[in-house]
Structure formats: structure tokens, C-alpha cells
Design a protein around this ligand. Structure first.
Ligand SMILES: [Zn+2]
Length: 169
């Protein structure tokens, strides 16, 4: 690991890298990984060099450098010396990239999973937001943004519990 200037002798497998990235938690929501959230867009292996391209969930999220460092650390932990981490905003991240398993874990964590963004439809809130606790549709938006720029804060009109929901983008 400390051979200055020497190329890595390890030839990492793509699947190994993806598996390692799947262990990197979302910095905002630790119950899901950055792979679950669809943030990792591309992994390239060129000899001993690994390039990872990711798209942050929201450009306003403050965790960009945290994600970048976590990706780099995860790949380096595999013994890869030469790691490049790039972020891209094109195409922009969409809640549609969150995998089904992660949506269920978000719900159990108390965050309302995002409604499908819709195929090219210019509609916000294509599907109503449900309370993650009682399932009621009688919810009220209390603030445009929750504890982070990524989420909205709701209050359930049935069980009176506040909860966070994703903005569908
Ligand atoms: Zn409720």
C-alpha cells in the first residue's frame, strides 16, 4: 500500500467495487447506501486505476464532499491506489433511481418514499404522500424543506405525527 509511484498490482473486479460501494451509507440517511439511492452512475477499471462517477441526490445537498471521500475510502480499502472520483449533474438525479428495497427501508425508517417522478410528465406530486406510520393520505406539508434541503416536512392529520418526505424530482 505504500510503494510510492508503483502502479497497483491489484486488478480490481467491477463487481467487487460495486459491492464495496453498496456498503457506503447515504450521509443523510444511514439505512440506505449510495448505490441504493442510485447515486453511483459509473465505475470504470483501467488497469489498476478506478474511476467512479456519481450524481448527488440533490445539488443543494451539503454532503457532496462527504460522499466523494466515502467513495474514495471504500475503493482504497480494496487495495486500489489510484482512485478518481467524479461527480456529474447530467443527467440530474431522480428519485426514480432509488431501488425498490431501499424505498421500503426508507419507509421503515420513517421517511415517506418518493412518488414516482412520472415519465416526462410535468406534474409535481404525481402521487399523494402517505404517512409512513399510519398510511393516511391526510397529510399536510409544513415546510418546503425538512432538516436538509433534500426533504420536506409533513404532519399527519390522522395520527398527528410529523414526518419527513422526499421531494420527487
Ligand atoms: Zn399518520
Amino acid at each position: 500500500m505504500e510503494k510510492d509511484g508503483e502502479p497497483s498490482t491489484i486488478d480490481p473486479q467491477l463487481s467487487t467495487i460495486w459491492a464495496a460501494l453498496a456498503q457506503v451509507p447515504d450521509p443523510e440517511i444511514p439505512v440506505v447506501s449510495i448505490v441504493d439511492m442510485g447515486m453511483v452512475r459509473e465505475v470504470e477499471v483501467d488497469g489498476g486505476r478506478v474511476s467512479v462517477t456519481f450524481t448527488p441526490t440533490f445539488s443543494g445537498c451539503p454532503a457532496l464532499h462527504v460522499i466523494r471521500q466515502s467513495i474514495e475510502d471504500a475503493v482504497r480499502a480494496l487495495g486500489v491506489l489510484d482512485v478518481e472520483v467524479r461527480s456529474t449533474l447530467t443527467p440530474p438525479w431522480t428519485t426514480d433511481w432509488i431501488n425498490a428495497d431501499a424505498r421500503e427501508r426508507l419507509r421503515q425508517y420513517g421517511i415517506a418514499p418518493p412518488a414516482p417522478a412520472g415519465e416526462g410528465l410535468i406534474t409535481l406530486e404525481a402521487e399523494p404522500t402517505r404517512c409512513p406510520r399510519c398510511g393516511s393520505l391526510n397529510v399536510n406539508l409544513t415546510a418546503s424543506f425538512g432538516s436538509t434541503l433534500c426533504k420536506r416536512l409533513y404532519v399527519c392529520g390522522s395520527c398527528r405525527e410529523p414526518f419527513e418526505g422526499f421531494k420527487s424530482v
